[in-house]
Design a protein around this ligand. Structure first.
Ligand code: THU
Length: 160
């Protein structure tokens, strides 16, 4: 038996102003998308902005449903829309931000497990890392340099 450690590096920013111009612009688009979320049940509004290799940006926000499991997270709305509109174009990065109508979201919003799995499909297919920029309403902004960092030992089509 041998033990192994999996570790990864994050970049942490104090504020939007600390981000480079491209990341700042992408996060502003995610913030813009966030306000149009359809979240009448959770009141938790998430925006996502996907930057593609062709420099197009595709946005998404969470879309809830009276039958709760039928709703979809912002990240999947965005990456599926990107896949539908620009098939085969690699994803460079995704900015994600959340706000709530009931409280101040003071920490960076990280994608749920299902969204991590959905995004990992694209990272695995394109063979290049997808960066993630995570933000709440206030607080630090976290940059992950690859989706795989936050979904280690993931499942992909190499097993099929
Ligand atoms: N939500 C997202 O849009 N992205 C996530 O990664 C986590 C959760 C949405 C789903 C639901 O509409 C609301 O936030 C509360 O869970």
């Amino acid at each position: 038996m041998k033990k192994q450690t999996i570790s990864f590096e994050l970049s942490v920013f104090e504020s939007l102003e600390e981000l480079n111009e491209q990341d700042q612009k992408l996060m502003l688009k995610a913030m813009d998308a966030r306000k149009d979320a359809y979240a009448p049940y959770s009141n938790f509004m998430v925006g996502a902005a996907v930057l593609l290799e062709n420099d197009k940006v595709v946005i998404g926000n969470n879309q809830e449903n009276a039958s709760y499991p039928s709703g979809l997270c912002a990240e999947r709305v965005a990456v599926f829309q990107a896949g539908a509109k620009y098939p085969g174009v690699a994803i460079k990065s995704i900015a994600i931000t959340a706000m709530s109508r009931t409280h101040l979201v003071e920490k960076a919003a990280a994608p749920c497990g299902n969204c991590r799995q959905a995004i990992s499909e694209y990272e695995y297919k394109q063979k290049s890392p997808i960066e993630l920029l995570l933000m709440g309403e206030t607080g630090e902004i976290i940059k992950c340099h690859s989706l795989t960092d936050i979904l280690p030992l993931g499942f992909n089509n190499s097993y099929l």
